[in-house]
Every structure is written in structure tokens, then in C-alpha cells.
Write a protein that binds this ligand. Structure first.
Ligand SMILES: Nc1ncnc2c1ncn2[C@@H]1O[C@H](COP(=O)(O)OP(=O)(O)OP(=O)(O)O)[C@@H](O)[C@H]1O
Ligand SMILES: [Mg+2]
Length: 376
């Protein structure tokens, strides 16, 4: 296990006209389970291939702890990689496929046997060890590939590039938990590539969100959910994603149309006046009745936005209430007890500390309560 340190690492496939991976400085810390999350084409595979040495970066340097490996080929890096589709020796038995990476490195026969049996037990392959790999279905073949990635005890890291694509959904859940369990047992550094937020959030200690070849945010799952640093993280994580609506900062106050919704607190000091975008997740938009008498005293005292309900999706465990505010649509997630009907008026309120301000898609601040605010 080792820290994988990248300094100014970037890659262009077209001689520098465009960057598939924009030069980045970043350290993958030893023994952590990372998910590398981002949409198709954002550079996930490019990044993995650079770490494993399959691809030589256009610019930048890479270290495994104190050893620079920028020019070291894959075989010398001690990194295991599992690809999206099964890559194995089809004519070899499952046992020999699993043993291959160990025999190749001169492990004693007894140790090879012990490791192969241990990994096959963890992945449920014991009953298939004698079978020729070609005879397995693609899902099972991919599990053998996972095994090959995990069989070497001393690897610096295991890189997994959407490894469960060919596995059927029910088995996916099992394997993902299994991988987590294996990670706990072995302490390998894992980098797991996916474009599926659920997969990323359930798997990783830390999720690294990649967009257009650049890291836009990295953090624990809860952090990405509660405190998105970029509009993209707000949209990509969460279901449905974060609401975004245009607003204006004037005199230190955030205005939607003519309604003051709170004070503008800049992340790095005072926020200059001008247009901003408010980002707030559906989970943090409260819907209140429009008639003050129907609200509690606390609800009456807090500022709110006049809204009109446009629709309600009944999702079983919760409701998604759609509303129009100042010409924009917002979604609120409410309990199933809410009885809002399309066409009726309501008041919306943002949970304290959970509405953020964005400029050029990057978070620049948050909304704090207006003392003795305008109320409604
Ligand atoms: N061998 C190549 N030659 C030229 N361009 C490439 C090559 N491989 C990838 N690209 C381009 O580089 C960018 C990043 O591709 P990459 O495969 O790293 O994305 P990805 O995030 O893994 O996508 P996916 O989720 O579809 O696997 C894309 O624009 C892609 O078209
Ligand atoms: Mg890819």
C-alpha cells in the first residue's frame, strides 16, 4: 500500500488542443476506498490508465510514496487493475487465472494455493476453481477478474474501472458489499470508477467527482450531499438533484425577485453584489400553508417565498412537491402526510444552513437567516 501522489498530471490525446484530463495535483491516500464518479467522457479511464502506467501522461509526475513512477511501466508499478469487461486467460482454469499474478511474481506454491483459496472463498468461486474460464458466463468471468485484482497481498492499489457493468443488478449489490468487506480486511487502496451515484456513495470512504477532466469536489458521501461545492455535484448527486434558481445579492441580502430570502454569507469574505444562483436540495425546501393562521408561531416568524403548487409526485415513501416561485420551478421533498394540491398557494422556506450561493457554477457562499426578517 502506498500514497499515490499526482503533481500537475494531465493528458491530451490530440497534442494539447484539448485536455481529456486537465493538469491536476492530487493524492490518493493509502488504504482508503475511493469512488471516482463522473459522467461518460469526463476522463475517468484516462486517469486510471495513467495511475497504472498503461498511459503516459502528457504532463506531470506521479509518485508511489517516495518513489517516482512517471516513467515506470505497468509491470513495475505493483498496481492491479480490473477493467469494465472480463480480461482473462480463457483456456486456463479459474484456479490458474487466480494463481497467475502470484506465480508470475514467484510466490511459493503453498502461498499461491492459500491466497487463491482465500480469494475464491471471499468471492464465492470455490465451486468453479477447476472449470475452464471460457465456460463461465460473463458475470462469473468478471468475478474471476475481480479475484485476480485482489489476489496479490502487497499491491500499492487496486483500480477498478466500472467493474460491475456486466454483472446483473441483484448480484451487483452483493458484490459491492463484498468489495467493501474485502477492503476492510485487506486494507488495499481502492479506486473504484463509476458513473452511478448510488454505487459511489454506498461504496466509498471518499468520493472524487470528476467533470470535463477536472476534479470539482472530493469528500465523504455526506459532505457531497450536504455541502456541494459545485453546481454539478448538486445535480449529479441526489435524486432529484439540487434546485437552482437565479437571485441577486444586494446590500448583503439575497433577493429572489422582490423577496429577501436571507443574508448572503460569502465563503471567502464579503460577497460582491450582483447575480448569483441559489442551490438548495429538495430535502431542504419546506412547504408551508399560505394562510398564516395554519402555521406555527415559529413558521410565521420565518421568511418565506410565495409559491404556487404545480404538481405532486407520490413516491411511496415520500412526496415530491413541485412549485413555481417568481417564474422558476422548485421541487421539495415532503413526508407522505402532506396534502398540497396542484393550483393552490403555499410558502416555501429553505432549511437554515442548507441553501448555497453559486457563481460560474462554483459555490461562493451560503444563505443565513435574516434577523427579524420580512416574514410572510
Ligand atoms: N484513445 C483515445 N484517443 C483519443 N481520445 C480519447 C481516447 N480515449 C479517450 N479519449 C477521449 O478522452 C476523453 C475522456 O475519455 P475517458 O475514456 O477517459 O472517459 P470516461 O470518463 O472513462 O468515460 P466512460 O464513462 O464513457 O468510460 C473523452 O473525450 C474521450 O473521447
Ligand atoms: Mg471509462
Amino acid at each position: 500500500m502506498a500514497d499515490i501522489r499526482m503533481e500537475g498530471v494531465g493528458h491530451s490525446y490530440d497534442g494539447g488542443r484539448t485536455w481529456a484530463l486537465r493538469p491536476m495535483t492530487w493524492t490518493w491516500r493509502s488504504a482508503r476506498a475511493y469512488a471516482l464518479l463522473g459522467p461518460s467522457g469526463c476522463g475517468k479511464t484516462t486517469l486510471l490508465n495513467i495511475i497504472s502506467g498503461l498511459l503516459s501522461p502528457t504532463t506531470g509526475r506521479i509518485w508511489l510514496d517516495d518513489r517516482e513512477v512517471t516513467a515506470v511501466p505497468t509491470a513495475g508499478r505493483n498496481i492491479a487493475q480490473v477493467f469494465q469487461f472480463p480480461v482473462l486467460y480463457e483456456e486456463m482454469s479459474v484456479y490458474d487465472n487466480l494463481a497467475f499474478p502470484l506465480r508470475n511474481r514467484g510466490y511459493p506454491r503453498a502461498e499461491v494455493d492459500r491466497r487463491v483459496r482465500e480469494v475464491s472463498r471471499m468471492l464465492g468461486l470455490e465451486g468453479h476453481l477447476g472449470r475452464r474460464s471460457r465456460r463461465l458466463d460473463p458475470g462469473r468471468q468478471q468475478i474471476v477478474c475481480l479475484g485476480r485484482g485482489l489476489v496479490r497481498p502487497e499491491v500499492a492499489a487496486v483500480l477498478l474501472d466500472e467493474p460491475l457493468t456486466v454483472i446483473d443488478p441483484a448480484l451487483k449489490w452483493t458484490l459491492r458489499s463484498k468489495l467493501k468487506e474485502i477492503h476492510r480486511d485487506t486494507g488495499h487502496t481502492l479506486i473504484y470508477v463509476t458513473h452511478d451515484q448510488t454505487e459511489a456513495l454506498t461504496f466509498a470512504d471518499e468520493v472524487v467527482v470528476l467533470k470535463d477532466g477536472g476534479i470539482v469536489q472530493a469528500g465523504e458521501p455526506a459532505e457531497l450531499f450536504l455541502s456541494p461545492a459545485h453546481e454539478f455535484v448538486g445535480h449529479f448527486i441526489g435524486s432529484p438533484g439540487m434546485n437552482v434558481l437565479p437571485a441577486e445579492v444586494a446590500g448583503g441580502v439575497v433577493m429572489i425577485g422582490r423577496t429577501a430570502v436571507g443574508r448572503a454569507a460569502g465563503d471567502g469574505g464579503e460577497l460582491p453584489p450582483g447575480p448569483v444562483r441559489i442551490g438548495v436540495r429538495p430535502e431542504f425546501v419546506q412547504v408551508l400553508p399560505s394562510t398564516p393562521t395554519a402555521r406555527t408561531a415559529a413558521e410565521r416568524a420565518a421568511p418565506g417565498l410565495s409559491a404556487r403548487i404545480t404538481g405532486v409526485d407520490r413516491m411511496g415513501a415520500y412526496h415530491l412537491v413541485h412549485a413555481r416561485v417568481d417564474g422558476h420551478t422548485l421541487v421539495a421533498r415532503t413526508g407522505t402526510g402532506s396534502r398540497y394540491e396542484p393550483g393552490t398557494a403555499a410558502v416555501l422556506r429553505f432549511a437554515a444552513g442548507r441553501a448555497f450561493l453559486f457563481r460560474d457554477e462554483v459555490r461562493c457562499g451560503s444563505i443565513t437567516p435574516l434577523e427579524g426578517g420580512p416574514g410572510t
